[in-house]
Design a protein around this ligand. Sequence first.
Ligand SMILES: [Zn+2]
Length: 225
Amino acid sequence: MRLKLLAALLMLTAATTSINYPKTITTRVEPEPCVVGHTSAPIGFWTWPANSHVNIYLREPDFSAEYVSAVELAIGNWDAAAVENGSNVHFSFRGLTRETTSADGDLTIIRGDVYNSKIKHLAVLQAHSLKSNQLIDYAVVIVDSRVKNPEVLTNIVVHELGHSLGLLDCNSCSRKGTAMSLLKSGNESNGIEGPTVCDKMAVLSAYRDLALRVRAASTVLTDLR
Ligand SMILES: [Zn+2]
């Protein structure tokens, strides 16, 4: 009799337990964190001074007016991130020019032959630091002559401006997670039109680092990758 009662109690407990037990299991997908040098770009390239204003020109006849909106898109997206990325570096597009300008805070985008089968880079950033302190005074972006697709030009300008805010190329990053991965070809856009969340965080690290120390260096640095 007592055994039956005990069995009944156990069944009741089991029934109660099964009623209260959560029937749905939620799988939480955590976003991959941005880790500088791993899932987001490494830092160490030279930078525009914090709080500066960069004027960007497109040299003609290397580029015609049909490329203006492609360049403006990239510039506008980095400019919009100026406060969030901790640099407060603002970018403005100033139009077409016949000169390669070397005035303070100027960046000229020109064409040249930079591609080779070993390095496979479609553009380079040539940074000039007149006080040899790794702070950029003026810069030139050289885009390979084979780049004809305006969407790819947007990707390239986003990438090179990323360099000018301290970011290096990222081979370990996912292609959609950064502007700092390599493009596959001069015809195929990677869809990146501005800095990603991880790019902005990496720039934040670069400018925190910059606030702590000034590094001695030569006067010209070319991004060779
Ligand atoms: Zn690069």
